[in-house]
Design a protein around this ligand. Structure first.
Ligand SMILES: [Ca+2]
Length: 406
């Protein structure tokens, strides 16, 4: 018996128990350029008041640049989702129901946060839903990454984000030095957004609050700290206590409207009415008209708090989704006029049924969560092609009806 088969069997055995995988996996991480970058950034960090111990401890868990962060940073921007798609995937039975459950579960803390910062609890719950699905995303190991590693990777390997990443990395190291979180649990998104309410390190430094009083500003594990931190951001950017974000409105036909800010009284005088038939409040608040989906989609008058929510994420549709979801959680109702939708809308349960049926026929193997993302859309299109329907990927009544007949 030659030595070779024995060696091969040994190799197979080692492989089976995973030992061989380690030396083969290491070269993917090892990166001398990155190591040099970490060594040179150490001086910058020490000059900024980071101790050598903090720096070395922070990088102890960083085996090299994170290839997934590089991949995310270089991926093409997502296609721009139509309005109905963006809002359907954020405002639905589950996000509303969970928001109500959370409102009752966290009521004593929400009472205190509302009293301290003057920010409406439903807005905070809606932000929590939008950012991490009430903390669910934080449990997903595939999404959560080591913050120091992600930011160092971007600073080292992504020139367009390098300046941002260096600034964020210094702030991140200060968070570690302050002992708000330990390096082993210092997790965030690939771009460094952290905790239940997704703060980047510099925003954390500006706004983080130790609401529960345990001495740490722990937005990763403490819901009171995370929600108070979001409330603090809104409060310090001018949140108007007791006011809404805006109103859905109907516009009189055939009229041009000013693009600037007018008082609600002036808008009413121009024939603009609330979509639900109620009166505007009698005050002099200024509002701006927005028709995000164009005619004949829904129209809105946006008040100051809409622009305060945009300080969280500077996109109109983000702030509007927060406002609409907050209204739904609070029980004020949803949109009166639907988005411009090129098909008949499915309920949340019907969308889950659609995914279920696509799964049973082998078109889909993702989650049955009622959210129509890339995988669901691809499955719908594959089914549409097979069934001789127009391949638009829309979660429509037509597709569901066809699937039910199969
Ligand atoms: Ca705390």
């Amino acid at each position: 018996m030659s030595v070779r088969p024995v060696a091969r069997r040994l190799a197979a055995l080692l492989c089976a128990i995973g030992l061989l995988l380690v030396p083969f996996a290491m070269p993917a991480f090892a990166d001398a350029g990155f190591d040099r970058w970490v060594a040179s950034f150490r001086a910058t960090a020490l000059n900024s008041g980071i101790s050598a111990a903090t720096y070395d401890r922070a990088f102890r868990n960083v085996p090299g640049p994170d290839p997934e962060v590089i991949e995310k940073a270089h991926s093409q921007p997502e296609f721009t989702a139509p309005m109905w798609d963006y809002f359907d995937n954020r405002i639905h039975d589950e996000s509303i129901g969970n928001g109500r459950d959370m409102a009752s579960k966290w009521k004593p803390w929400l009472d205190r946060i509302e009293a301290r910062f003057g920010v409406d609890r439903y807005t905070l719950l809606a932000i929590w839903s939008m950012e991490t699905n009430y903390g669910e995303t934080l449990k997903n190991d595939k999404v959560m990454r080591n913050v120091v590693r992600s930011l160092a990777t971007l600073a080292y390997a992504d020139p367009p984000r390098a300046k941002f990443a260096r600034t964020q990395l210094l702030a991140a190291l200060k968070i570690l030095q302050h002992h708000d979180i330990d390096p082993d649990h210092f997790m965030g998104s690939w771009a460094g957004a952290m905790g239940h309410t997704q703060f980047i390190p510099t925003s954390y430094q500006t706004y983080a609050v130790d609401m529960d009083g345990d001495g740490r500003r722990d937005i990763w594990n403490s819901v009171p700290d995370a929600l108070a931190t979001a409330a603090n951001l809104l409060h310090r950017n001018g949140w108007q206590t007791g006011k809404t974000w805006g109103y859905e409105v109907v516009l009189p036909e055939g009229r041009k409207f000013p693009s600037g800010s007018l008082s609600l009284e002036k808008w009413a005088a121009l024939g603009v009415k609330r979509a639900n038939g109620k009166e505007f409040p009698r005050d002099s608040d200024k509002a701006v008209l927005k028709v995000p989906d164009g005619h004949p989609g829904p129209a809105f008058l946006m008040l100051k708090n809409f622009y305060v929510i945009k300080r969280y994420n500077n996109a109109d549709k983000y702030a509007l989704a927060v406002g609409l979801l907050a209204d739904e959680i609070a029980g004020y109702g949803g949109l009166v006029h639907d988005w411009n939708r090129p098909f008949v809308k499915l309920t949340f349960e019907e969308r889950q049924e659609l995914q279920q049926r696509l799964t049973s026929y082998g078109y889909y193997d993702g989650k049955i969560d009622g959210r129509i993302g890339t995988a669901s859309r691809a499955a719908i299109m594959a089914y549409q092609a097979r069934a001789g329907l127009t391949q638009d990927g829309h979660p429509s009544k037509e597709v569901l009806t066809s699937l039910r007949k199969k």
